[in-house]
Design a protein around this ligand. Structure first.
Ligand code: GLN
Length: 536
């Protein structure tokens, strides 16, 4: 049976519990411990799929087609854990399941209550991952902050787990904030004491404290925290602000967090270190030998998290070439106002990411026209492929008013449209083409040059598809259909002739990129941008 590490957060949100959990995972993997990671989200949505990026940030998609929290993206980038639909548990999912059982009569005669029915359902979800024979340790990140009403059932469940599984098989790690008060020249431990007290009220005594801090914690401060919170001083880990999140596992390793966890949980582990990660990832980010500027043209560019995996995958593409990628975030609606040249004149690459709805579409189309005409490397992802097709239809094939039926139901040239199976779909939740699909890659193409494979698997999250009726006219005009999902005859990748690098795909390659293993398309795109290398 697997052992469990529960990661909670205190004092304030946004301390980086996802990165901390992923870093613990990375560190344990470097010691030969096999891990999986679960994110528990206290909201009542069944999954984040129907939430707006302003509410939630990016929706991360797994191979098995689950729309999940973006923390699963961190887990995927830092670790080798294979995460799927069972690795994200929401309050909505738990209640949905309990209420369905109640309606079916599974609990006949009983009153259904938070304890034990909801907590049992949560524990069953955790154990589902824990029962995998290939997993030694399950890291469970509890969303929200200790003290929130909505995360209480999750905290109660993990408290119960510490009894059910045996206290020696369970470890509680609490991520907290140690603020530095400039005027007093001191760090303050009081908020941490309060947050640990809140945990204790629920019956949870943390074993490890991970303390976010702007400045190094003195030994005195660590001892004070240890004393007031009943943890050993060596179990107080400082989590300093670092230049790149990929340095966090190294920081934890420096403080021997791996040894502490291995000892506390009695794990079998081998010797190991993160030297390859240090040289291959962190040092390359901190000391790049060159740099390049790439524009991301979207409508959620003011939000840090809406295109999280895209930004990270661009950084990975840079790491592969020992280059720093400066990301210029351009609002597509600004392009509509001031023209593409105003924003894109000095960049060496242009990327249009995924998205939904008409707002900002015409600006994206202008950006793509600019990339095509000025021979700037272009990478289109999902909506970025659909808009590239619309641009090509309108401006090269002279199909006036060509559009996607998502934006104009009555367009005379529906170059992007719904398949019949999608026309029938009524519900919005989990009803898109989701998850991994195979794609056949044509040889002798730019795409083949980076993948070096005839068949690839990539993840999807979209409703609309390229309309095959327009394939011939587009081909005649120089658009190449280089990736196809053969079984359903769906267009997956297009390229442009007579252009240094113009590749657009219907899937989301960003979800499979890792810092030490950049996704082939991001590696290829950044390489093309480096070859163009403008003043930006
Ligand atoms: N809105 C488009 C569709 O549903 C593109 C989706 C996306 O970019 N993820 O097909």
């Amino acid at each position: 049976m697997a052992k469990y590490i529960f990661v909670t957060g205190g004092v304030v949100s946004s301390l980086g519990k996802g990165i901390a959990s992923a870093s613990i995972g990375k560190l344990l993997e470097s010691r030969g411990v096999r891990i999986s990671i679960i994110k528990c989200d206290p909201y009542i949505n069944v999954d984040p799929g129907t939430m707006n990026p302003f509410q939630h940030g990016e929706v991360y998609v797994t191979d098995d087609g689950a729309e999940t929290d973006l923390d699963l993206g961190h887990y995927g980038r830092f670790t080798d854990a294979v995460c799927g639909k069972d690795n994200n548990i929401t309050t909505g999912k738990i209640y949905y399941s309990v209420i369905s059982k109640e309606r079916r009569g599974d609990y006949l005669g009983k009153t259904i209550q938070v304890i034990p029915h909801i907590t049992d359902e949560i524990k069953a979800g955790l154990r589902k991952i824990g029962s995998d024979k290939k997993v030694d340790v399950v890291i469970v990140e509890i969303g929200g902050t200790v003290g929130d009403i909505e995360s209480l059932p999750f905290l109660e469940s993990i408290r119960q787990m510490s009894i059910d599984e045996g206290r020696e098989n369970v470890l509680f790690a609490h991520l907290t904030l140690i603020p530095y008060i400039k005027s007093a020249g001191e760090t303050k431990t009081k908020p941490t004491q309060h947050s640990v007290n809140k945990l204790r009220e629920i019956g949870i005594q943390p074993d490890i404290l991970m303390c976010r801090s702007e400045i190094r914690l003195t030994e005195d401060a660590k001892e004070k925290i240890a004393l007031f919170c009943s943890v050993k001083p060596e179990h107080v880990i400082e989590a300093l602000d670092v230049p790149t999140v990929y340095e966090v596992p190294l920081e934890f390793g420096r403080q021997k967090l791996d040894d502490t966890i291995i000892k506390l949980l009695g794990l079998k582990a081998k010797k190991g270190n993160l030297d390859a990660w240090r040289t291959g990832v962190v040092n390359r980010i901190k000391k790049p030998s060159r740099q390049v500027t790439i524009a991301v043209v979207g409508k959620y560019i003011t939000l840090q998290d809406a295109y999280k995996s895209i930004y990270e995958a661009l950084i990975h593409g840079g790491i592969a070439h020992k280059a720093k990628v400066n990301i210029k975030k351009v609002d597509s609606e600004d392009i509509q106002k001031h023209g593409a040249g105003h924003y894109l004149d000095s960049v060496s690459g242009i990327l249009v990411p995924g998205g939904f709805g008409y707002r900002g579409i015409e600006g994206k189309i202008e950006a793509i026209r600019y990339a095509r005409e000025h021979k700037i490397p272009y990478f289109g992802i999902c909506l970025g492929m659909q808009t590239a097709i619309i641009e090509f239809a309108r401006n090269v094939c002279h199909l006036g008013k060509a559009n996607s039926t998502e934006f104009d139901k009555n367009t005379p040239h529906p170059v992007i449209s719904l398949l019949e199976e999608q026309e029938k779909v009524q519900n919005k939740g989990a009803s898109m083409r989701l998850g991994a699909y195979s794609c056949q890659v044509k040889r002798g193409t730019k795409t083949y040059a980076v993948y070096a494979s005839d068949e690839i698997m990539e993840r999807h999250r979209h409703r609309y598809e390229f309309n095959n009726e327009y394939r011939t006219i587009m081909e005649e005009n120089g658009l190449r259909f280089v990736g196809l999902h053969v079984r359903k005859n769906l267009v997956e990748i297009v390229e442009l002739d007579r252009h240094p690098w113009f590749v657009a795909c219907q899937f989301h390659p960003e979800f499979k990129s890792k810092p030490d293993k950049a996704h082939p398309l991001f590696r290829g795109f950044v390489n093309a941008a480096l070859r163009l290398k403008k003043k930006g």
